[in-house]
Design a protein around this ligand. Structure first.
Ligand SMILES: NC(=O)c1ccc[n+]([C@@H]2O[C@H](COP(=O)([O-])OP(=O)(O)OC[C@H]3O[C@@H](n4cnc5c(N)ncnc54)[C@H](OP(=O)(O)O)[C@@H]3O)[C@@H](O)[C@H]2O)c1
Length: 327
């Protein structure tokens, strides 16, 4: 397989390399692209050095089976449509195409069927949405989801490498706000993305719209509050969900504990620091909500892994399996 990664030097790009290696995939070709700043930098794939190239119109005129884009919406809009003329599938990590009805928004454990026979751009969902929708999809099938109220506690790496740098500088004494609207060290900030006319932030609106699109439902009420916290890796979510059918908490717990990509913690909880290299969406503190039709849980996931790179690589893997590119 021939693979390219645009934004290979970033938080997500580097993790895509790691996730591909963890699958022990040996692509025939792996080309790495980033901005002029990173031209000539050397990154390693299974001990093989690969020189990072500066992205240009010409770079993507080559044929690739899969091109991962993880360089923001502007670069995706500018380069992805043209890259499709020579390549088969583009997996984009930005929000540029997620709400386009012609473009599938994929969490493979939920809707990999949309990849069958598909060529074109595939959108990788928002980080908090992926980790939340994995357990919600399981519960929705059994009890039919009606309403979700979620508050997030999102790590600074969710803003890319600049988020980590900002926090580290403030921890070393800087009083500059960096890329955030307020100091993030020793603080929490209830704004992720611009505020919209509705009063919700862009991140909150993504969680709302993307959850509906992935679940293929329009009739679920969703209200999100997205908050940045001074954690480096790992998003935590407090999720409250209501259903049409009466719940059996023990049965719900059993389904979650058996589900693919979910790590269910029965009598303990997990924190972002406990995630290590896990690619799972972790669910713990499952308990009844306000009545027998609702429940609430704590949900932790590695935002750069399950929230971005691991899901993107899973999309590639699911597509490659269906297309017979891997056995
Ligand atoms: N971080 C997360 O948890 C997360 C989760 C879900 C989705 N995403 C999305 O994934 C994308 C990447 O995020 P990130 O966290 O990896 O950001 P990042 O750490 O800031 O990395 C950005 C990457 O884009 C490259 N880039 C910037 N300008 C470019 C240009 N003009 N031409 C070519 N490459 C360029 C950078 O290259 P240089 O190093 O050369 O500047 C770098 O490789 C974003 O769309 C983000 O919204 C991120």
């Amino acid at each position: 397989m021939k693979i390219a990664i645009v934004g290979a030097t970033g938080e997500v790009g580097r993790m895509i390399i790691t996730c591909l290696q963890e699958l022990n995939l040996r692509p025939q070709e792996l080309d790495l692209y980033a901005s002029a700043k990173s031209r000539g930098q050397v990154l390693y794939y299974l001990d093989n050095p690969t020189v990072v190239q500066e992205l240009s119109e010409q770079s993507l005129s080559k044929h690739y089976d899969y091109v991962f884009f993880s360089a923001g919406g502007g670069i995706a809009n500018a380069y992805a449509p043209a890259a499709l003329q020579s390549s088969e599938v583009i997996i984009d990590n930005s929000s540029a195409f997620r709400q386009d009805p012609a473009i599938p928004l994929i969490v493979p454990q939920i809707n990999a069927d949309l990849l069958r026979g598909y060529q074109g751009i595939v959108a990788n969902p928002n980080c908090s949405t992926i980790q939340m929708v994995l357990p919600l999809a399981i519960l929705d099938k059994e009890y039919r989801l009606k309403k979700v109220i979620v508050s997030t506690y999102q790590a600074v790496s969710g803003s890319g490498h600049g988020g980590i740098e900002t926090l580290e500088k403030q921890r070393s004494g800087s009083k500059l706000k960096g890329i955030y609207p307020e100091l993030i060290d020793l603080n929490v900030i209830p704004q992720i993305g611009v505020f919209l006319d509705s009063g919700y932030s862009a991140e909150e609106e993504k969680m709302h719209q993307e959850t509906l699109k992935i679940l293929g439902r329009e009739d679920i009420g969703i209200s999100a509050t997205a908050v940045r916290v001074p954690v480096i890796y790992g998003h935590s979510l407090s999720v409250y969900a209501e259903f049409e059918r009466e719940l059996d908490l023990k049965h719900a717990a059993k389904m979650l504990s058996q589900a693919d990509a979910i790590n269910y913690h029965e009598n303990s909880f997990i924190t972002p620091l406990g995630l290590g290299t896990s690619n799972a969406s972790h669910v713990c503190r499952l308990r009844q909500g306000v009545d027998g039709y609702s429940l609430t849980f704590w949900n932790v996931g590695h935002n750069v892994r399950i929230g971005a790179a691991a899901n993107a690589v899973n999309i590639m893997y699911a597509h490659a399996l269906q297309a017979g590119k891997i056995g």
